[in-house]
Design a protein around this ligand. Sequence first.
Ligand code: SF4
Length: 361
Amino acid sequence: MRQSRRIYLKDLPIGGGAPISIQTMTKVPTYDFQALISEVETLISAGADVIRVAVKFPGDVESLRRLLKSFPEGRFVADIHFNHKLAVEVIRLGVAGVRLNPGNISDPVKIKEILKAKDDYNPDLVIRIGVNSGSIPEDLRAKPLPEAMVESALRYISILEDRHFFNLKVSLKASDVPATVMANRLFRERSDYPLHLGVTATGDYLSGIVKSSLGIGALLLDGIGDTMRVSLTAPSIEEVRIGKKILSALNLGGEVNIISCPTCGRCFVDIKPLVEELRRIVDSDPKRFSGIRKLAIMGCEVNGPGEAGDADVGVACGKGWALIFSRGKVLRRVRSDDIINALIEEVDRLSRRGDGASRIG
Ligand code: SF4
């Protein structure tokens, strides 16, 4: 498996072993500047690394101009379809990246105009070649979907490379999970450009989480993928949250991994509210937990001590009491109603000792 090459979207390294970055896309009408800025603020505080904005109307360009002024450090990508003139306009504004769809902007003359704008106004521009199963170029539609997607991307890459443009990344998204995974695997055999992962048009919220986790997760476990977006028919902040959970589940960063047992007849403590409270505390003050990778709440002594002992801080419950563990050592016994307090106390103790940061890797 070839490692991808490194590119930069402003200050953000993508590919070449850089941490997997999380992207999302705004969902309010782009021309509604107040709504746009409020969604963007929410996404930035939720930890989105890259925010994509649809640009379809002239009013969208004006809104994007104001957005770039309001967030000069923001990493924004303009999503352009059909109208290459819009790409030229946003490149003039200095947007960090544009996403082009080979299915609807493929005329080499138009691509040349886009690259001319890049040369004149925005030499560090990144282009994402965003291939989507719903817009495969006409002449490739007879081929099996993964092959058609890869060929569409490779064809576009050679148009850009012929014009000495290499600052690009590629996405190959289908609504079908196996097709998405196959297309990305096939692409990685044939090219080392960074890959932006995602499954598209994923359906209802829960199906969206399952499909995205399977598609993105399978690829990340193969070592494929450099950025990702979890596409959900849900608010964009959910896409960021689920993205972080996928990374955390694969030990690739993301958020603090809270593990808890499913509970069974051996459990004498109501674990669900404890887990929810812990999640709320962690999410409300992520800095307090910097350096903490794994917290555990386990229902009994069967798997409890093993799992809780493996965590930075964990708890294994008994009847009316619980044992607090930290990195393999039993620390103390607490009453059941003091579990969360005790757990947080131990997190703070690790932070004070400066042990937390040593686990970040
Ligand atoms: S840790 Fe104990 S309570 Fe939890 S599922 Fe396993 S056996 Fe049941």
